[in-house]
Structures are given as structure tokens and as C-alpha cells.
Design a binder for this molecule. Structure first.
Ligand code: SF4
Ligand code: SF4
Length: 439
């Protein structure tokens, strides 16, 4: 391996990563629909409060739900039309959630945009406020409000911004296409974020299976003072702690956050959305989503409005060639399996993945054979087999002592386990029990 290609300890490399299905397909803009359902409680933190009532006419980009507290994020109308009310829709996490339903008028008429900001010279407080106004959240994972991430407490000395362009999840190519097609937006968004944070060292980590993205970024990186770092193709390279270690050599302490290692990590999609919000005054109402899987007729990458029903996206992709075995929002490792095609696209929907029945097989588990593969594969240096034993014996105290709370739920252990033990489910259960007992 080229010694300039960075990585971390542990992890896996899935034999088939499915990326070739869609990594060469340019982003297509979706047709306008007659109805959108914008999920209210999509971000980490408090859900925003709706500020529109049934019957209200809205313009595209108009505020429809206002952040309720600091750790909350605004929601804006993805198109112009009439609010029909607040409806219940299937949530990505398996429980029904509330959504603001908008009947589109077909005009897609934009309301007044926020004023453009001269980000190199304007007050930093204005930039931070803009990030908040635009409803930006982390688009690569848990939808954590971006203005909170860009406001570390004064006692935390952050000196590095790391942009996450790893996109290590199999099948997903949305970030890849964004970096190839809009490298300047990604880089400028990173530079603006760095100004907000007051840091000058900016890295963007990209796995080397995206050589065209690395080239596209390198063509403009110098003008923004950003270093593009090639990373080994290794899952979970895009996990914050692994990314920070691979690029800077710094370790986030157990139970700590990236800022405890002096870093803030931001997804490339979030950076591009941030550039839009600051330079063009556009709030976050759409994102790139990979629609893929062996049973999808025409896998690709789509620019979708927030609130688009998944079923319609699958239709635009030509439908399916055979009955799918599983629908997943996100990638196969950390995504969430869905029971319904009525789920809608949210700000953190990176992929719509349809796996064939032959791949989406549920294996029966058997006892541990002590092969140690899960230990070798764990990027957090945990001992998943022992943690699994503790959970099976309901010894959550033992699981806590053995650092189960540091588990990333990355699934590497379960992926390599020849006994097909449900290790990730065990880790999730242990974490939920420990949190419950702490309350
Ligand atoms: S124990 Fe957690 S962090 Fe380690 S491999 Fe398993 S899921 Fe990933
Ligand atoms: S990989 Fe599975 S069988 Fe092997 S030690 Fe871990 S839990 Fe046991």
C-alpha cells in the first residue's frame, strides 16, 4: 500500500461493495411531485415547532417549522403549494412520525431568499446565525444540527476541521458524485466552516476508490487552503474517530467527542449545503440520494426534495427487476431496514437500497467458536464476542465495564462472525439498558 494512503486499525473490506452500480451515474434532478411530507422530528435534539397551519399557502424555502431550542433545526418548504396539515408517516427508525404535508401547486415558486453573505469579510456571528437559519444538519449520519457542531464550548480548543468524504458504506455513491460534480461547493463550504470555527488546518479525507473525486478536489483545494488526504478503502473509514486517527494521528478519548481531540468532523454534503446557505441564501430543502441495489432497474444518484416518498424515487429509477428482499435507508452496514415504501426522504437520507432476496438472507446464529475475527475487525479495539456473552447473560454491568458504550454499531464484528451472532443487536441492547439504568 502507498505509504501516503492513511487508515486506522481494524475494520473490514466487504468483498462486493456495490458501488459500481451507481458511481458513474451523474446526479439527476427529480421531477416535481404533487405532494411532499416533511418529517418534523428528523434531527438529533428537539424537534422544531410547526409555524404553518392547514390551509396556509407557502413558497419554496419558506420556514415551516422553527427550531425549538439550541439543539434543534429549522425546516423549510421544499416547494410552493398549500399545507394540508400534519400527518403521520412511517419513520425511518420503525416508529410512526409526524410530517407537514404540502400539496404542491406545480409552480415550485421560490419565496424570498436570505441575503447573500460575503463570508471572507462578514462577522463570524452572522455566518453561524446563517447556518442555524438555513436548518443545516449533519447529512452523513444522525442529522445533528450543524450550528451546534460549529459552536464548541470555549474550553475545547479546536484547531482542525476534517471533512468526511470517505463514503465507506458499500453501495452509497451520493457523496462521491457530489465531490466529482461540485468540488468547489464542498471546498468553499469547508472554508466557511473553518472560518466559523477559527481554524486554519482543513483536511478532506477521501477513500482511494474515488480517484476522480480526489482529482476534482485537488484541482481547487489549494485556493481554499485545504489538503486532500487519500484514505485506504476500509470500512468504517468514515466514522468520526477512525477518520480523525487516520488523518491526524489523534485519538478521541473513550466516551469523548471529536472536539476532545481538537477536531470537528463535517460531512461533504453538509459542507456543500452550507456554501449554498451562506453564498446564495438557500436553506436546506434537497439533497443527493443514491438509489441502488441489484434489483433496481436503473441505479443512480438523484437530487431529491426533502419529503419525497421513497416509493416514487424507486419508480423514477425504473422500478425493480424482481421482488426485493429488503429496503434499507442508508447503506447495508449502518442503514435502517424499512417495513414500508411510504417512508420519506429526510435531510440525512444518503441512500435508498433495495437488496435481492438472495442477499438479504437472515441466518440462524450458532454458539461462538472463539475464532477471534470479531476482535480483529473491531475498529474500537473492543472484544465483541465477550460483550455478546455479557449481553446474553444479561450482565449489562460487565458490558459497561468492557466499554460497550464506545461501540460505533458499525457492524464489522457481525459481518465477519462465522457463527452469525447478532452482535450489533447485542451492543444496541446493552447501550439502551445502560442508558435506561442511568436515568
Ligand atoms: S463491537 Fe461495535 S464498534 Fe466493534 S465491530 Fe462491533 S459494532 Fe463495530
Ligand atoms: S467472530 Fe463470532 S464466532 Fe468468532 S469469536 Fe467473534 S463472536 Fe465468536
Amino acid at each position: 500500500m502507498n505509504k501516503n494512503v492513511k487508515t486506522f486499525h481494524g475494520g473490514i473490506h466487504p468483498a462486493c461493495d456495490g458501488k459500481s452500480l451507481s458511481n458513474g451515474v451523474s446526479v439527476q434532478r427529480a421531477p416535481l411531485l404533487d405532494k411532499y411530507r416533511v418529517v418534523i422530528s428528523e434531527n438529533v435534539g428537539k424537534p422544531p415547532k410547526p409555524v404553518v397551519e392547514a390551509g396556509a399557502c407557502v413558497k419554496k424555502y419558506q420556514l415551516i417549522a422553527a427550531a425549538d431550542g439550541f439543539v434543534s433545526a429549522n425546516l423549510h418548504a421544499p416547494t410552493s403549494g398549500r399545507v394540508t396539515g400534519i400527518v403521520e408517516v412511517p419513520g425511518a427508525m420503525g416508529v410512526p412520525v409526524q410530517a407537514i404535508e404540502i400539496e404542491a401547486d406545480g409552480a415550485d415558486e421560490a419565496g424570498e431568499l436570505l441575503p447573500a453573505l460575503d463570508w471572507r469579510n462578514c462577522d463570524v456571528a452572522l455566518l453561524r446565525k446563517r447556518v442555524e437559519e438555513a436548518g443545516l444538519v449533519g447529512m452523513g449520519g444522525a442529522a445533528f444540527p450543524t450550528h451546534v457542531k460549529l459552536s464548541p464550548p470555549p474550553e475545547k480548543k479546536v484547531d482542525v476541521l476534517v471533512l468526511n468524504g470517505a463514503e465507506c458504506e458499500p453501495y452509497l455513491t451520493a457523496d462521491h458524485r457530489l465531490m466529482v460534480e461540485q468540488p468547489e461547493a464542498v471546498l468553499e463550504g469547508a472554508a466557511i466552516s473553518a472560518r466559523i470555527l477559527g481554524v486554519t488546518k482543513i483536511y478532506i479525507g477521501v477513500e482511494i476508490n474515488k480517484a476522480d473525486a480526489i482529482d476534482a478536489l485537488n484541482a481547487h483545494a489549494a485556493e481554499f487552503g485545504i489538503e486532500v488526504v487519500p484514505l485506504k478503502v476500509q470500512y468504517p473509514q468514515g466514522s468520526e474517530k477512525q477518520l480523525i486517527f487516520a488523518i491526524t494521528g489523534r485519538k478521541v478519548p473513550a466516551g469523548g467527542l471529536p472536539m476532545d481531540a481538537g477536531c470537528v468532523v463535517q460531512n461533504v454534503g453538509t459542507a456543500a449545503a452550507l456554501a449554498d446557505a451562506v453564498i446564495r441564501g438557500i436553506p436546506l430543502v434537497e439533497r443527493i440520494v443514491t438509489v441502488t441495489g441489484e434489483v433496481v432497474a436503473h441505479p443512480g444518484n438523484w437530487l431529491l426534495k426533502i419529503g419525497t416518498p421513497v416509493i416514487r424515487v424507486v419508480e423514477w429509477a425504473g422500478g425493480v427487476t424482481e421482488e426485493p428482499g429488503k429496503l434499507i435507508l442508508g447503506g447495508p452496514m449502518m442503514g435502517f431496514a424499512q417495513k414500508s415504501f411510504d417512508v420519506t426522504v429526510t435531510k440525512n437520507t444518503s441512500g435508498i437500497l433495495l437488496l435481492p432476496r438472495t442477499v438479504a438472507v437472515t441466518y440462524g446464529s450458532s454458539p461462538c467458536i472463539r475464532c477471534g475475527r470479531c476482535v480483529a475487525g473491531c475498529p474500537m479495539n473492543l472484544v465483541p464476542c465477550a460483550l455478546g456473552n455479557a449481553v446474553e447473560a444479561e450482565r449489562f454491568d460487565l458490558a459497561a465495564q468492557n466499554h460497550v458504550m464506545d461501540c460505533l454499531e458499525c457492524g464489522s464484528c457481525a459481518y465477519v462472525c462465522p457463527a452469525h451472532r447478532p452482535l450489533v443487536q447485542h451492543m444496541r441492547r446493552a447501550k439502551a439498558e445502560i442508558r435506561k439504568r442511568k436515568k
